[in-house]
Design a binder for this molecule. Structure first.
Ligand code: NFS
Length: 644
């Protein structure tokens, strides 16, 4: 997109891009114009895994599959190179999600050991629900009587069992058995059951080292193992343990977009992914003495808001408003109203420090693995043992900074009301059966055709495509055609900004069947399920649909499709692949990183369906993208005999 202002469909963002230009500050929207992507890397066929390269194998104009003898210095084919790069992306993504999960598991364990006052086991119902999946008994037999076990004891064992999932010797990923039995059997038969979480990531790095695995199918097998270890392991454990520590989300109201910032409040923007620290900031910002302190500095109060998935985490559990998507992180600071931006890990632009430097904004890094080289980035290392003190220090720093605002404050007025906080449990509440208690009503409405199918639309924004355009067009086309949408990550934020997360939007945008269901039950047609690790909720929701009956016996039988219209991160590739190998047809927009190796790409787009019942696809045009999903949903409906 040549004009930075035209690179977003969002009016608030357009206003801030213009403002940045007036102030002579560059944002990703400007850099997108000046910095061109490499067309070879883009195709996935640049190998830089050793010092003889990079060996660049672009797709020739007169490409002829039968006579493709492109090779690197070592002889690596385009397929090998693209597959290596692809699974290294899975490794990067799985590592990010899973290391986040590990961080949560460590805090969980210290809470279970009562080594910290700040965190405690909050949701015991969820604890009891996950315990058996980790091999922890919740009852004990004594003298022929079945007694409930002590909650603290269960928590401790769950914590220990959870942490062992990252590095246990022998056995397999415990949560793999949470998938429908038929799915588990497919994984077992194909030898892709993860052994533990870390090992699968390490093995990708080994196999993609110069001169190791040179068969794209075998490389992908390992990619599959690591991706399953992410979705059904690291990510799912992150979600579960966060729910136990901080509470399982239930529907609540909030708002979204840059307009949630308040000129007369201390604005603290929380950005990143791990809710460990942000949960504490939420607590501290509500303390009466802290609010008083903010007032003593001339502010009317403290306004918290979030960017990226930390935002989704604290929205889902506390209703903290969403300030913006991945591509709005610089724009939030350009308002001149952000007194502190607190970042943890993942999806944080290094340029936020440069932008903050043009304003009074304190940019605070908090995680030992994510620091910044710029001098103005303040590092306050966060530790669960003095969590509350750290959070208070950060909030006070923001309050003290309120009076230092130098530039004129300009906050766009746009913000949309939203209803968020959905999850496996609340879907069951809204769309379960009165007597059967499971997903009966949802299944029933799928079978009777009011709901045509279910789509998971997730993932990032990508500066190479128009901000939010693909997200919104895909989602609107789906709901217009009676496909209910489950959303997470930046797609959820995009839908929130567009007003799609309200029950009222059903009457405006949905086909008659879906509108009727949403209106009867009182839910939005687009259900916000949380952050990107919470894509694990989509896997479990799909599993519940299978269990509720009438729609086949595996996830791959369901009229379901996945999508990431504007993906950019390695995490999205890992997610895409665990979704595909869990049996779901998945379409990506923007670019696809294997275009330079058509044979390998065909393996992903066609052959995988024969193995896993799910496969990848790519479509940049959002309407065609949505229709590929709807066509797949219809194909599955036909196979189930419910295509009337
Ligand atoms: Ni997901 Fe969340 Fe957004 Fe993409 Fe980044 S925030 S973990 S990676 S950009 S959706």
């Amino acid at each position: 997109v040549a004009d930075p202002v035209a690179a977003t469909i969002d009016k608030a963002s357009q206003q801030m891009i213009r403002r940045a230009q007036e102030l002579g500050i560059d944002t990703c929207f400007d850099r997108n114009v000046t910095l061109k992507p490499c067309n070879i890397g883009n195709q996935g066929t640049c190998c830089k895994n050793c010092g003889m390269g990079p060996c660049r194998l672009p797709l020739p104009k007169d490409y002829d599959e039968k006579n493709d003898n492109r090779k690197g210095i070592c002889g690596a084919s385009a397929n090998t190179i693209a597959a290596r790069n692809f699974i290294r992306m899975i490794a990067g993504g799985a590592a990010a999600h899973s290391d986040h999960g590990r961080g949560v598991a460590e805090v969980f364990l210290s809470a279970a050991r009562k080594e910290t006052d700040a965190y405690r086991i909050k949701d015991t119902r969820k604890l009891l629900e996950i315990a058996p999946h980790l091999g922890v008994e919740t009852t004990v037999e004594k003298d022929g009587e079945v007694l409930d076990r002590d909650i603290d004891e269960i928590a401790l064992e769950v914590g220990e069992a959870a942490i062992a999932e990252w590095g246990k010797v022998g056995g397999e990923l415990s949560y793999a058995k949470r998938a429908p039995e038929a799915r588990y059997e497919i994984w077992k038969k194909n030898g892709v059951l993860p052994r533990n979480i870390d090992r699968e990531i390490v093995e990708i790095m080994h196999r993609t080292h110069i001169g190791v695995d040179q068969d794209y199918k075998n490389l992908m097998k390992q990619g599959t193992r690591a991706a399953i270890a992410d979705g059904w392991g690291g990510s799912m454990l992150a979600t579960d343990l966060q729910d136990v520590l901080f509470g399982t989300p239930y529907p609540l109201a909030s708002e979204a977009n840059l307009g949630v910032l308040k000129a007369d409040h201390v604005n603290i923007v929380i950005h990143g992914h791990e809710p460990i620290l942000s949960e504490m900031i939420v607590v501290v910002a509500q303390k009466p003495e802290i609010v008083e302190y903010a007032k003593s500095k001339g502010a009317k109060g403290i306004q918290l808001s979030g960017i990226c998935c930390t935002a989704n985490e604290i929205l889902q559990r506390h209703g903290v408003p969403l300030c913006g998507t991945f591509l709005q992180q610089e724009l939030a600071i350009i308002t001149g109203a952000v007194d502190a931006m607190v970042v943890d890990i993942q999806c944080i632009f290094q340029n936020v420090a440069n932008v903050a430097n043009c304003f009074h904004t304190k940019l605070i890094t908090t995680h030992p693995i994510a620091k910044m080289e710029q001098d103005n980035a303040i590092h306050i290392e966060f530790d669960e043992h003095h969590a509350m003190e750290d959070a208070e220090k950060i909030v006070r720093m923001a309050i003290d900074n309120y009076e230092n605002r130098k530039a004129e404050v300009m906050i766009p007025h746009q913000k949309s009301p939203i209803v968020a906080g959905f999850g496996v449990e609340s879907i069951e509440y809204h769309l379960g059966g009165t007597f059967r208690g499971t997903y009966y009503t949802l299944n029933d409405n799928i079978i009777n055709g009011r709901i045509r199918g279910i789509a998971g639309v997730v993932g990032c924004n990508n500066a190479r495509v128009k901000h939010n355009e693909g997200h919104i067009a895909v989602v609107k086309e789906l709901i217009k055609n009676d496909v209910i949408v489950l959303t997470t990550g930046c797609n959820a934020i995009a839908c929130a900004m567009e007003g799609l997360l309200t029950p009222e939007s059903a009457a405006v945008y949905c086909g008659p069947g879906l509108a009727e269901v949403c209106e009867t039950v009182g839910i939005p047609p687009v259900l916000h399920l949380g952050s990107c690790v919470d894509n694990s909720r989509i896997l479990l929701a799909a599993t519940e649909v299978v269990k509720a009956g009438g729609l086949g016996n595996d996830i791959s039988d369901l009229p379901v499709a996945g999508s990431a219209p504007e993906w950019m991160s390695e995490k999205a590739i890992s997610i895409g692949h665990y979704v595909v190998t869990s049996g779901i047809y998945t379409v990506f927009g923007a670019v696809f990183p294997t275009a330079g190796a058509p044979v390998f790409q065909r393996y992903l787009f066609e052959e995988l369906e024969k193995i896993y019942g799910g496969m990848w696809d790519f479509e940049a045009d959002p309407i065609k993208h949505a229709w590929k999903m709807i066509d797949h949903i219809d194909k599955k409906r036909k196979a189930l005999g419910i295509d009337k």
